[in-house]
Design a protein around this ligand. Sequence first.
Ligand code: GLN
Length: 192
Amino acid sequence: MKKIGVLALQGDFSKHMKTLTAAGACGVEVRESSDIEKIDGLILPGGESTTIGKLLERYRMIEPLKQFAAAGKPIYGTCAGGILLAKNIEKYNQVKLDLLDITIARNAYGRQIESFEADIPAPSLGELPLRGVFIRAPVITRMGKGVELIAQFGGSPVFIRQGNIIVTTFHPELTDDLRVHRFFLSLAQDGP
Ligand code: GLN
């Protein structure tokens, strides 16, 4: 069985671990760079992207993660995880992995609806919409040419793919719906 790492430095990694188990996968907590050698795919969870970025730097995990992606291994970023993957982050100068050709604006849904839920149609994952749980979510404001739209909400992309990297700006690990994680697992299954 393929091993799927969940970066466990900060944020809601334990929910992803539970979702992976529910989806029949083997989840492994990733806490240091040597853990990256043991996994076939990686989830970067939601949390606080500045904090996670600082910890990635402190534990010298930036380069190993770039190599992991360059080897074609799949990475799934949820919310803050997506911010860390982006090439451009509006207004913030923070540590990032620079792997995904998008521009992203942090905390961009405004005060009143900083956190909200909405149905998100994602036809490629089935007829039923996904339940999008958005928690101080970012907005993807630019997608590069190689980036594919899987789902959008309110005119902005909320679920995208660039090769073996996927990002949702919402949190499927906080629902019982396993489709996003299963989709990610299929990338790890097909992968190198
Ligand atoms: N607001 C957080 C950030 O900008 C992301 C929130 C989340 O991951 N749910 O890093």
